[in-house]
Structures are given as structure tokens and as C-alpha cells.
Design a protein around this ligand. Structure first.
Ligand SMILES: C[S@@+](CC[C@H](N)C(=O)[O-])C[C@H]1O[C@@H](n2cnc3c(N)ncnc32)[C@H](O)[C@@H]1O
Length: 327
């Protein structure tokens, strides 16, 4: 029986497999097959495969299935993987323990199982964790061909934003100057530099900046990434007129930094502005704040209004891509 799969040259195989895995599209029930210099990667939903990939049908061998936590539990578990660190979100201690045990008993490579013990909090947006298995809270995570080391107990990181970060990264052009105002461990900054941009990444969390430097090194882009520890409101004054692209990923508080973002902007600059808003007016507050800051020096065009994910009942994480052109 044939199954839907993506056909790519072998040289693009691992990159493509990772991109499809990020989208949760790889069909684990069939083998990936190599034939005549091309890879056939089985997919669960050909309709959801991005247009850039070629989808075909092919008979692929069934795969010896691995044991997952779901195979061992009476409930449908939800968890995220950051390398060998498994993240769960269970309020009930008994259920959390059962899930942790199932993760360990499954075939998932596991060093640590962490349960979310608080919301992200404070200026540094770091969460508290309950360690259910193991000790280490440091993970090495791969995303769209880049590798990120990070300590979840010390810095912010969310694998859920991978697709959104990739959407923005695809817009980056060789040689452009990009300024990441709230860079964390570099999940925007590093892929931007990988795409040929010269990047400045700022964070108020010193540990995040240390990881940003380490991750630039891990990904071979040290020469294109300047990592700065500090309050971006101060750092921005040293980069007036510098940026072709600005990323503002500090939902809840980005509005406080729109003047700094406009200060960094060059003659023509795209700003990616992340926000969390009520469904009644998802984009209005951000757009008004940006327009107020940009006038009178710039013409502002909203190029994209996009909902990234649901955040809470009636609240959404959204992004505005706006282009500023100096008058
Ligand atoms: C939501 S996290 C985003 C991190 C990263 N961009 C990512 O996607 O993983 C926001 C980051 O902004 C940093 N931050 C908060 N206030 C800041 C400020 N005034 N100046 C620079 N960084 C700040 C926090 O330490 C945190 O790492």
C-alpha cells in the first residue's frame, strides 16, 4: 500500500525531516527510504505539508513502532520535548508521577522530566519547575537546523514558537542588520545570522546572554552575532538608525519599548511586534502604539496581522509585521 510522503534530494533530507517534525507531520509508522539520491519522508497529512515541498505517494515499509508514553497510560498524555528534557503540565501530583514514570518506561530518550510549577514570571520571564525525574534542567534543543543550549530554570524558552520563528527567519536577507530587542538564548538571532544577517541581540537576563553567545558558537555564527547584556532601553541609544529588521518578542510589555524600536530603525525597517491581547481587539493596541511612536518621522504600513497561538480563554498571542519608511 502506498503512503503520502515528501520527496527531497538527499542533501536536504535532514533539514526537511526536522522541518516536518516541527510541524508534527512525520509519519512514525513508516520508514524513511533513500532511493537514487532522494529521500522519501512519510507524512501524516499531505494537505498540511508546506508548498515548498514535493508530495508524492510511494510504498514504504512499515516501521517497528516505538513505545510511547501514550501506549503505557490510560489517558492521552500531553508533553513537550526539548532534547532529552521532557516537559509536562500536570496539576494533579498523582497524574504527574504516572506520566513521568511512563515517559521513563517509554522509548523516548529522557534525562529529565519537569512539571510546570508556575507561569513565566518576572522581568526575565522564567518559570519555576518541579523536577519529577533526574536533576538537570539544561537542555540541548534542535529547531529548523539550529541547536540551542539552555537552562530552563534560568532562562525563558518555548518550543511552541518554532513555526513562528521560522516564518520570520524566512524573510531575512543576506547582509541585512537585525536587532533582537529581547533575544533570550537566541532562537531568532541565531537563525537570522545563519541566514546571513548581522545581528545584535540584547537581554536583561545575564544567563540568557551567556547562552546566546554559546549558541552562536555552537551554530558557527559568532562573527555575525553581538550579544549584549543590559536593558534594551539603554542599549538602543547606541544603535540609532542601525536596523533593517527589529524583533520585539516581549508580549505584555512590548508597548513600553516602541520608542526604542523606532529609534533603532533605519531608513526602511521591518518590525515584528509580539503581543498578547483579548479577542475583542487583537491588533489595535499594538498598531496604535507603533503608529504613535513612528509618526511623524516614518510612513508605517502593516504588512501582516497574524495570530500565533491561543494564550488563555479569549486571549491570543499575536504578531504584527510593520514596515517603517522614513519620510
Ligand atoms: C518572552 S522572552 C523571549 C526570548 C526569546 N526572544 C525567545 O523567543 O525565546 C523575553 C525576554 O526579554 C528579556 N527582557 C525583559 N525585559 C528586558 C529589557 N528591558 N531589556 C532587554 N531584555 C529584556 C527577558 O529576560 C526574556 O529573556
Amino acid at each position: 500500500m502506498t503512503v503520502p510522503c515528501v520527496r527531497v534530494p538527499r542533501t536536504a533530507g535532514e533539514r526537511t525531516r526536522q522541518a516536518l517534525a516541527e510541524l508534527d507531520l512525520v509519519d512514525a509508522g513508516h520508514e524513511i527510504v533513500h532511493e537514487d539520491g532522494r529521500l522519501f519522508i512519510p507524512v501524516t497529512d499531505p494537505g498540511a505539508v508546506p508548498e515548498e515541498y514535493e508530495t508524492v505517494s510511494k510504498a514504504l515499509p512499515r516501521r517497528e513502532t516505538q513505545t510511547t508514553p501514550a501506549d503505557l497510560l490510560a489517558f492521552d498524555p500531553s508533553y513537550e520535548r526539548l532534547g532529552e528534557v521532557i516537559i509536562v503540565d500536570e496539576d494533579d501530583p498523582e497524574r504527574a508521577r504516572e506520566l513521568a514514570d511512563a515517559v521513563v518506561a517509554s522509548d523516548i530518550p529522557t534525562k529529565t522530566v519537569l512539571n510546570r510549577a508556575s507561569k513565566v514570571q518576572g522581568v526575565e520571564r522564567v518559570r519555576e519547575w518541579e523536577v519529577l525525574v533526574g536533576e538537570e534542567t539544561e537542555a540541548v534543543h534542535r529547531e529548523y537546523g539550529c541547536e540551542f543550549a539552555l537552562d530552563l530554570a534560568a532562562v525563558y524558552f518555548s518550543p511552541r514558537l518554532a513555526t513562528e520563528r521560522h516564518r520570520v527567519t524566512e524573510q531575512v536577507r543576506e547582509g541585512e542588520q537585525a536587532f533582537d530587542m529581547f533575544a533570550g538564548v537566541g532562537p531568532f538571532a541565531i537563525p537570522f545570522a545563519n541566514g546571513g544577517a548581522t545581528v545584535v541581540g540584547v537581554d536583561i537576563n545575564e544567563r540568557a546572554v551567556e547562552y546566546l553567545r554559546e549558541n552562536a558558537d555552537r551554530n558557527g555564527v559568532t562573527d555575525r552575532v553581538t550579544a549584549i547584556h543590559g536593558d534594551v532601553a539603554d542599549v538602543a541609544t547606541e544603535y540609532e538608525g542601525w536596523a533593517d529588521r527589529v524583533v520585539m518578542n516581549l508580549p505584555h510589555s512590548a508597548e513600553e519599548f516602541v520608542d526604542s524600536a523606532v529609534g533603532i530603525a533605519g531608513a526602511e525597517t521591518v518590525i515584528h511586534y509580539y503581543d498578547i491581547q483579548h479577542e475583542d481587539d487583537l491588533f489595535g493596541p499594538g498598531e496604535r502604539a507603533l503608529r504613535d511612536a513612528a509618526a511623524p518621522g516614518y510612513e508605517l504600513t502593516v504588512e501582516n496581522r497574524h495570530t500565533v497561538r491561543s494564550y488563555a480563554p479569549h486571549e491570543y498571542n499575536v504578531v504584527l509585521d510593520v514596515r517603517l519608511e522614513r519620510r
